[in-house]
Design a binder for this molecule. Structure first.
Ligand code: ADP
Ligand code: MG
Length: 290
């Protein structure tokens, strides 16, 4: 090796190590950056948002927002339009950077130091309001693609499915009520079925935390009810943060005991059971009473 090449190699390696050291969630191994480390859930907290502020041209979309989600918890978040619910998800997923505050995944991962793509890889899945499935591919193929988008399976993107992978897709088809539609192009599904397919695609990656933004908007009553059942069955296996306006759906999800967080003007206005927050005078004033 020539001295120039040797020096260049050493410089690249040093840059990698410096970047890894400053990114917090990454580790360097022999000069190679190997993705962010695994989240540590031993303390029971899945997500910790602390004192987070986001401003758009001086307007505070999030204003010192703080909340914590437990491992395996199903948390509902409600609040009027413009309360900052979607912005909160943008911050957690790395799409928007706050000007102040801390956001931790598990006890050890500082999400504010990770790129959006890394955040998806370490186990945070997000469902946007509109379904985004591959309309021309079949339901099965959509799930297959989602499975193979997994980092560990990337090398086998064009390989045949293993028996275990086939089993996982089969189980997911059952879970999201799409067994009979497995071979139909996703574009032919109803709106609610597309939403389920997308949730199934997210679940193929087995995320520790799933963020769902208005998942039942546009669904029929029956689809909404089935979605509540699906989310309840995920509780304990994943942490779920569900943003929704539909109070009947929130009732189904919380069943009188799970915690609801009410956001207003970028902060937590109230937190408690649905009955507790519904009895809160400020909540009635800004949200429910309108
Ligand atoms: P929610 O999801 O609770 O309805 P959002 O988080 O979408 O609320 O928005 C919170 C506030 O921040 C709103 O007033 C919205 O107009 C504003 N906002 C959100 N994103 C942007 C942006 N990219 N630029 C400017 N203002 C924004
Ligand atoms: Mg929103």
């Amino acid at each position: 090796m020539t001295p120039e090449l040797f020096e260049r190699g050493a410089r690249i390696r040093r840059e990698h190590e410096e970047r890894a050291a400053s990114s917090g969630g990454r580790e360097a191994s022999r000069g190679r950056v190997v993705g962010p480390r695994a989240p540590d859930f031993a303390h029971g907290v899945a997500l910790y948002v602390d004192d987070v502020t986001v401003s758009f041209d001086g307007f505070k979309a999030l204003d010192a927002l703080s909340l914590a989600i437990d491992v395996g918890e199903l948390r509902c978040i409600v609040g009027p339009n413009g309360a900052g619910k979607t912005t909160m998800m943008d911050v957690i997923t790395g799409k928007t950077r706050p000007e102040a505050g801390r956001v931790h995944f598990g006890s050890n991962i500082d999400l504010l130091r990770l790129a959006e793509s890394d955040i998806a890889q370490i186990g945070i899945g997000r469902k946007f309001q509109k379904p985004t499935v591959y309309e021309r591919l079949t339901v099965f193929e959509n799930l297959e693609l989602a499975l193979k988008a997994d980092r560990s399976a990337r090398a086998s993107l064009f390989s045949r499915l293993s028996g275990e992978q086939l089993d996982r897709i089969g189980a997911m088809l059952v879970l999201v009520h799409l067994v009979r539609d497995a071979q139909r192009p996703a574009g032919l599904l109803s709106h609610g079925q597309k939403q389920w397919l997308e949730i199934g695609m997210l679940l193929m990656q087995d995320p520790a935390l799933l963020l769902l933004d208005e998942p039942v908007a546009g669904m029929t009553d029956e689809e909404t009810e089935r979605t509540a059942e699906l989310f309840l069955s995920l509780e304990g296996h994943h942490s779920l943060v569900v943003v929704e306006h539909d109070m009947h759906f929130i009732e189904q999800l919380t069943q009188g005991r799970r915690k609801v967080t009410v956001l207003h003007e970028g902060r937590v206005l109230a937190e408690g059971t649905l009955a507790e927050v519904q009895a809160n005078e400020q909540v009635v004033e800004v949200y429910l009473g309108r």
